[in-house]
Write a protein that binds this ligand. Structure first.
Ligand code: ZN
Length: 249
């Protein structure tokens, strides 16, 4: 089947699901927005040791030191902006065809694109959290990167509200994603091979409850082989707007 027929078929499934569609996104969708792959050669993990800079124990022991790493991490994200794929997901939600997005990304690009129901599995760079009083404040680069570590009004060091190694996935994110996975009729998987738990469980939960999995990736993944997915090959920023156009058009 050619790509156009596949897109038409996928769009038909989404329309038939009448709003019971959920998207699961990963690093691939952000790469197209200019966010580098941290694991690539020269990426941030080749410059910083995870144990020394990215564990919760390291943060608690020396927040000022870890904030030098966070400053570099923020620079990696640069001025990344949502791409046409992010915007298309937001349009699908606004049109009533998408319940929400579960993302493994911490860049906040789905929010920036206008998506309202977003489950951020690994938390987000959009805000900082105080580990002592649990207050959250919006992350303002100009203000928070000049003094390291930035501090909460209560005096404790503020931490980005994404999870460090050694921290648990936020309970609310787990609950919501499980509820969505077990009740959706279509799961749209984009820019991820969903190999890392717990995100890796979502497609299996969805399928075991009768959902169709539509996969948008550059190349087939482990998932493609293990589940009967409707696989669409190509860049998220090109395929997603076409698909959304066929659904809402
Ligand atoms: Zn505090």
């Amino acid at each position: 089947m050619d790509l156009t027929s596949q897109l038409t078929r996928a769009a038909g499934r989404i329309r038939a699901a009448a709003g019971a569609t959920v998207a699961l996104t990963g690093a691939g969708v952000s790469v197209e927005s200019g966010v580098p792959d941290f694991r690539s050669p020269g990426g941030i993990w080749s410059r910083y040791s995870v144990a020394e800079y990215a564990t919760i124990d390291a943060f608690l022991a020396d927040p000022a030191k870890v904030w030098t790493f966070i400053r570099d991490l923020v620079a990696e994200f640069g001025d990344a902006a949502p791409n046409p794929g992010h915007l298309a997901l937001a349009r699908l939600e606004a049109a009533g065809f998408l319940r929400g997005v579960i993302t493994q990304n911490i860049d906040g690009l789905h929010h920036q694109a206008g998506s309202r129901q977003v489950v951020e599995f690994h938390g987000s760079m959009r805000q900082l959290v105080c580990l002592r009083c649990h207050r959250k404040v919006p992350f303002r680069r100009d203000e928070h990167l000049c003094r390291r570590p930035p501090r909460c009004g209560c005096g404790a060091a503020l931490k980005p509200d994404f999870i460090f190694f050694g921290e648990a996935i936020p309970a609310e994110a787990l609950q919501t994603s499980r509820r969505w996975a077990t009740s959706c009729r279509v799961l749209l998987v984009a820019g991820t091979s969903a190999e890392v738990a717990p995100a890796s469980l979502i497609p299996y939960e969805a399928v075991s409850h009768g959902a169709t999995v539509i996969e948008l990736n550059l190349a087939p993944t482990l998932l493609t082989g293990e589940l009967e997915t409707l696989f669409l090959a190509g860049p998220f920023g090109e395929l997603m707007p076409r698909l959304a156009g066929l659904v809402t058009g």
